[in-house]
Design a protein around this ligand. Structure first.
Ligand SMILES: Cc1cc2nc3c(=O)[nH]c(=O)nc-3n(C[C@H](O)[C@H](O)[C@H](O)COP(=O)(O)OP(=O)(O)OC[C@H]3O[C@@H](n4cnc5c(N)ncnc54)[C@H](O)[C@@H]3O)c2cc1C
Length: 465
């Protein structure tokens, strides 16, 4: 098979790739997009999202109040414990209002915010119909603009040359290998979170019990191809976003519905029926992202979130029904836990509870005292049957290992050279800003802002030839 020539080749089929493709086309280039999934599964992790974080001064049609650049940056600074690149982070933040406008101009619809366990109406713009609707809108726009999308086309390797970028591609539908030669290329193929072997290399054996919340197509092939081609890879392979999800969720694509949001209302025990962390340390939206790692560090990477009837209506019900029992012994039996051990844990916990004025909307004064692991807020006795249990497993959202880029989204090589015709956007370069921790909605902000820039710069790079 001979070479297939094109102006701009965009590798990926999620938000960042779509933003890059549309932006490149807008800037006068012809664009071919490669999506490794079949059409029905297009859109990567972006199809599972709900919102993007955006700064704004004063209420907008979709955001309440104000959210300044400084406050946004402080939020990023806090969650990353200072491990962020301020220049890059502020660059993304400043570009968010413009990117919301741009998304709207290309068919994406937003909705007014509503309450829920993660109340983000002030800071995050919600996509009407969720991420699937967002990617469908962009695909529709791409088609209208004449962007060629090839499904089931998986990029395998890269040949980085000054004059062109060569990409070897597997066309899965026709079981053939194709060779693309592009004037410029944007890589927006996500992280490597779906690659179980690579997760195991980073995490060791525990990785076999991880569930992947998003697409199975983010295998990291392009990330590792970039490394093989001499690009500078940054970040720690064990860093990323990991939450505790229902252990009964599928291996891939469980999405947000498998998240369990009642942790702060009860207790969480491990396989030995022992508590291991303060379930009431802070508001759930500020803590949900640490529980994936906490469960990952327990034996067999399993946890059990236990509550009683008192709090049943106080959290958003997840996709899976809880396991229900009229006594703790029965609950232990159903979950395969040692009944005596569970009773002891609950008895000790109940004895430690210092009753206060329960209020889940503030950091209330209901806490425990005298326990090895105290609960600092929302501690109520677990004493009102029926009792409920959700089994928990670590759910990987995305990984941070990425490729170094400039503010123009250009790929930086190991020797410091900046590629003039190779760009990266989205999850694959999010590690330039996020090296640990996460702030809800920032993934889509990074992908949208850098996707747009990457597409524009790729188109511009042709003109400079
Ligand atoms: C359940 C869930 C909920 C989330 N909710 C939010 C949210 O509300 N807000 C938010 O900001 N973030 C959220 N995130 C994170 C968000 O999904 C990512 O930050 C964002 O989607 C990254 O966009 P992307 O385009 O870089 O990657 P993706 O959307 O994952 O797209 C990567 C694409 O590349 C394709 N691909 C991979 N390898 C190849 C290859 N070799 N060749 C060709 N194509 C390839 C994949 O098929 C896929 O289409 C959520 C993630 C999950 C899993």
């Amino acid at each position: 098979m001979g070479e297939i020539n094109c102006d701009i080749l965009v590798i990926g089929g999620g938000n960042a790739a779509l933003c890059a493709a549309i932006s490149a086309k807008e800037n006068g280039a012809d664009v071919v997009m490669l999506e490794s999934s079949p059409k029905a599964w297009r859109g990567g992790n972006s199809q599972h999202t709900r919102n993007l974080r955006s700064m704004h001064y004063g209420p907008t049609d979709v955001l309440t109040d104000t959210y300044s650049e400084d406050e946004f940056f402080e939020d990023i600074y806090k969650v990353t414990k200072g491990q962020t690149n301020e220049e890059f982070a502020r660059y993304v933040i400043k570009n968010t209002p413009e990117v919301v406008k741009w998304a709207k101009s290309h068919g994406v619809r937003f909705q007014g915010s509503f309450g829920g366990t993660l109340q983000l109406g002030r800071t995050n713009a919600f996509f009407l119909g969720g991420g699937k609707s967002l990617v469908n809108s962009y695909y529709k726009e791409a088609k209208k603009m004449g962007i060629k999308v090839l499904y089931e086309h998986e990029a395998l390797s890269l040949d980085i040359q000054k004059e062109y970028i060569g990409v070897k591609v597997k066309d899965h539908a026709n079981a053939q290998i194709l060779n693309f030669k592009a004037d410029a290329c944007v890589i927006a193929s996500g992280g490597f979170e779906s690659n179980l072997d690579k997760l195991q290399e980073a995490w060791g054996k525990p990785a076999k019990n991880f569930l992947i919340r998003g697409t199975k197509f983010n295998q990291g092939k392009m990330l590792f191809a970039l490394k093989d081609a001499g690009a500078k890879i940054i970040g720690d392979p064990t860093q990323g976003h990991m939450v505790a999800i229902d252990a009964r969720a599928p291996k891939y694509d469980g999405g947000i519905a498998s998240r369990v949001d009642c942790v702060s209302l009860g207790i969480v025990v491990n396989k030995e029926a022992k508590r291991f962390y303060d379930e009431g340390e802070d508001f759930w939206p500020k803590r949900y992202a640490i529980w994936g790692r906490l469960v990952a560090s327990q034996e067999d990477q399993i946890g059990y979130s236990i509550t009683d009837h008192k709090v049943l209506k106080r959290y958003m019900p997840p996709l899976f029904e809880p396991v229900v029992a009229n006594s703790l012994d029965e609950l232990a039996d159903k979950m395969g836990l040692d009944a005596a051990a569970l009773r002891k844990t609950v008895d000790e916990y109940n004895a430690g509870v210092v009753e206060g004025k329960f209020d889940h909307t503030v950091l209330d004064d209901c806490h425990t005292e005298g326990l090895e692991v105290n609960k600092t807020h929302w501690a109520q006795k677990i004493d009102t049957p029926p009792f409920y249990c959700y089994p928990l497993r670590p759910g990987v959202t995305f990984t941070y290992l990425g490729v170094k880029v400039t503010k123009e989204a250009a790929v930086v090589m190991e020797n410091g050279e900046v590629c003039k015709n190779l760009f990266a956007a989205g999850e694959i370069m999010a590690g330039n800003i996020l090296s640990q921790g996460y702030c809800a909605g920032f993934g889509m902000s990074i992908g949208s802002v850098f996707g747009r820039i990457a597409g524009r710069e790729a188109a511009k790079s042709r003109e400079q030839k």
